[in-house]
Write a protein that binds this ligand. Sequence first.
Ligand code: GUN
Ligand code: ZN
Length: 431
Amino acid sequence: MARLLLGQVLWFAGDPMILGEAAARHESHGGVLVDAGRIVAAGPADRLRAAHPGAAVTDYGRDLISAGFVDAHVHYPQTAIIASWGKRLIDWLNTYTFPEEMRFADAGYAAAIAARYLDLTLANGTTSFCTYATIHPQSVEAIFAGAQQRGQRIWAGKTCMDRNAPDGLRDTVQSAYDDSRRLLERWHGRDRLSYVITPRFSPTSTPEQLAALGALWREHPDCLMQTHLSEQTDEIAWVRQLFPQSRDYLDTYEAQGLLREGAVYGHAIHLTRRERDRLAEAGASLVHCPTSNTFIGSGLFDMGLARRLRVGLATDTGGGSSFSMLRTMAAAYEVAQLRGQSLHPSQLWWLATQGSARALRACDRIGNIAPGMEADLVVIDLASTPAIEQATRRAGDIWQALFPTIMMGDDRAVRAVWVNGVLHSPHPKWQ
Ligand code: GUN
Ligand code: ZN
């Protein structure tokens, strides 16, 4: 049966990184009509009520109905080591990340962390994400099975590493190709699940492994390919040593068939002019991970790139310090300020929804409210804490009302989450 959700409704008719706030649409007494997992209509509440008298109604009052958040770059296996103290990238990987990822050899552990991650992110209003798993195929199985059970659209891939990783956490050229292919054939396109080919980053893959994954991508061109690019200066210097024949970091991927539309590069902070131009020319996507880039001390992403490239927003759990896309928007705002760029609330909200969906080449399905799109929705309480409530009370428009939640909000602001047209029932532990 059709259901009409009532509240304030926010959606986008264009790209606010280009058009500014004029690209956003806001209905203060609005509604979203949902049926069979799809959005059927959105607009003024009165008009929708009159046109659909048989629909069941859920009235969220002054709460804001938006597309669910889309987190474009995460490592779900790092859930338990989030907020680990005091290291920079390579040291952080060796000290915290690799020992934790080793535990995913145990399928039971992988399933438990997958469930915990899915519960935590849904509690934060994130309905879709693109995740790295570990080198273990069972870590991919675990997250796909958990998301399938919850009806979610996600992307996941086996992380491939055949060098510069500890014993027990390396695959080979052949096993990376074989395992990735088997997982891709088993999961890609099943329900709302998509496989993403996932070399971790150039320092942990030989050129031969990158080439094998480039070959797999040519055989399955509709898949995404995700990896890391130019996150820290020490990492870039290491890549230069490991790949003396390459022009730059991007070239280590480009030379092996890992640069084209559908490539999703995390971080991409310290880029040369050639890299920026090639990324734009190739139609690649970049993912900004602001809480991670400040937490691990990586640097300040240039949001000006969003005028030339698809840019998504991400927590980068657990290099990032939060599961919340609200906290991530706040960090994106602050990082932009430090670069003399001022992101409007409409731009921040767009990055966390349509921008990320577009970076994952799924903006016609998720990340916005429009007829025919999949009904992944988050309902936001714009007065979720006393501090936010008092700041919002005198707001003159939706952006003034929304910005305190962007800057100070967290999972307490998430009143409800609809996944594929179904109201999500949180795990009792998270209620
Ligand atoms: N570069 C390679 N692997 C990782 C990772 O797990 N997290 C982050 N932030 N950067 C990486
Ligand atoms: Zn990452």
